[in-house]
Design a protein around this ligand. Structure first.
Ligand code: CUA
Length: 327
């Protein structure tokens, strides 16, 4: 019996430490004005809940002790009906508490839906199965699964989907917002801490939903300008590498700016080597993982729309070398 009670307690540290592995998906460590507002609302509600719990349990324990049957007491205790002071108190107090929670909640909901200011950086995001396509229309950038944004500047992301419903979420930077086929949702946030933040699709969307991730890098304005300039430029890579790419029919789905490849079925690969991860935030971007991915995508991401192509080792090696050169 004792062990039965203890076991759940013993496993608790394991469960909690599983969360700490994803340190950058921590809503308690906000990195934008929007998530800071959400956290302060969360704290307000939590402290009211703690206070109410202590007050209710305290009264309960007090009543049990104070009004218990003592010594030789028998029969019915004294019966009491109505107490105006108490009834007024337990009506007004909850109303005050609810207003104290409700007014900030509703005002934050409206605040999170405000249109973006004129100078906001515009990003178009499209949910795919199972990766994210990104465009910066004003900067001429097309990329996938990793975006950079400048510190201290408002960012507006237009969210769309051309297949099923996905949900766009970077816990430290923004609230969750759905990507719905046939409509455009928006999320606006202003990052206030430089860093690399993990994002995750937060709406079940098929086989590899759990492996549909992305990263947002908050740069200083100088670093962002440098990144944007590099990303807008066409690919600089050998023609020989491109021949291997074409021979393997990769150009049937992928685009590389500066070459003949222009399809948008799969992620844009113009600067794929500049990204930290491959497979939509799932594997580190290194030659070994790239080869594994090209060899058999579905073994890494079940249901992957990228086919397993009949390529020999030499072909895979030259493809991986070419992709690694696309800085
Ligand atoms: Cu996309 Cu879950």
């Amino acid at each position: 019996m004792k062990l039965k009670t203890l076991l759940p307690l013993l496993t608790l540290p394991l469960v909690l430490s599983a969360c700490s592995g994803l340190s950058s998906m921590n809503t308690l460590d906000p990195a934008s004005s929007l998530t800071a507002d959400i956290l302060s609302l969360y704290e307000r509600i939590t402290w009211w809940a703690v206070l109410l719990f202590v007050a209710v349990q305290g009264l309960l324990i007090y009543a049990v002790i104070r009004f218990r049957a003592k010594g030789d007491e028998t029969g019915e205790p004294e019966q009491v009906h109505g107490n105006t002071a108490m009834e007024v108190t337990w009506t007004i107090l909850p109303v005050v508490i609810l207003l104290n929670i409700g007014i900030p909640t509703v005002s934050l909901i409206f605040k999170s839906q405000q249109p973006a200011p004129e100078d906001a950086v515009q990003i178009h995001a499209t949910g795919k199965q199972w990766w994210f396509a990104f465009e910066y229309p004003a900067l001429g950038i097309t990329t996938a699964n990793e975006i950079h944004v400048p510190l201290g500047q408002p960012i507006e992301v237009r969210l769309q989907s051309d297949n099923v419903i996905h949900s766009f979420w970077v816990p430290q930077l923004m609230a969750k917002r759905d990507m719905i086929p046939g409509r455009v949702n928006r999320i606006v946030f202003t990052p206030n801490k430089v860093g690399r933040y993990d994002g995750q699709c937060a709406e079940y969307c098929g086989d590899s939903h759990a492996k549909m991730r992305f990263q947002v890098v908050v740069d200083t304005p100088e670093d962002f300008a440098k990144w944007a300039k590099e990303q807008a430029a066409p690919a600089v890579a050998s023609d020989e590498g491109y021949k291997a790419f074409e021979a393997a029919t990769c150009n049937a789905c992928h685009a590389i700016k500066g070459t003949a490849a222009a399809m948008k079925v799969g992620p844009d690969l113009t600067h794929v080597a500049s990204r930290a991860m491959i497979g939509a935030g799932w594997l580190d971007n290194n030659p070994e993982n790239l080869k594994k991915w090209i060899h058999d995508p579905a073994s890494i991401k079940p249901g992957s729309k990228m086919p397993k192509l009949p390529l020999d080792e030499a072909q895979i090696n030259s493809l991986a070398a070419y992709l690694q050169s696309l800085k």
